[in-house]
Design a protein around this ligand. Sequence first.
Ligand SMILES: N[C@@H](CCC(=O)N[C@@H](CS)C(=O)NCC(=O)O)C(=O)O
Length: 221
Amino acid sequence: MPDPSTIRAVECSPPCWMVRLALEEKGLDHECKLLSFTAGEHKSPEMLAKNPRGTVPVLMDGNIVVYETLAILDYLEYAYPQPALLPNTHALRALALTRLHEANNLKQVGMALFSYLMNTKAIDLDPGEVDHLGSFLHDELFFWEYYYGIGQFAAGSTISLADLAVFAYVATAAHLGLELEERYPNLYAFCQRMKERPSVLATWPSVWKQTPYSYLTAGPE
Ligand SMILES: N[C@@H](CCC(=O)N[C@@H](CS)C(=O)NCC(=O)O)C(=O)O
């Protein structure tokens, strides 16, 4: 890549995290500009000119601007095919793409819960609402626990874009107190493997405390 690409992201955002993971996994020289959500930097005139929806992540690669997480991942895989983050056999690619897009279900339930926890002051948190939103997450994790019992990664024995997406959501939930080890041993093992990867070490949210929160610790039975 002649000029390093730039990504505009916010920390602790799973969609931003998975794009950063893809850039790291591909070994692409890039600059990550972290924006402040609370200061509304993602809706600045400069950002809205790049993405009128004002969402992050946004990737700039030379004159090329890409937003929408899945579009960015697709673009990176096409523009920088090595190392591949999608398998090259038809069957495994089909599986990896299915899992990648299927992870939107995880996004839906995860983001509803994460947004509630992030946007509600601790004193106003309604445990019933946390349990309610958490129950949708648990229903969804059931699928992923099963998938990660089949293979080391979402599509066979090699990491793919699907794994980056799943990891970003599951690791965020774990940071909020989701207990993986007993209830979701396959997902736990997957996350442990991921945590050893240089891409994860390089992008682990700097603002995350050492000890996870306990919001999700007592999940519904
Ligand atoms: N469809 C977008 C959504 C990404 C997204 O939800 N980004 C959040 C941060 S986690 C955001 O920018 N929220 C600000 C907003 O919606 O105004 C994508 O996949 O890139």
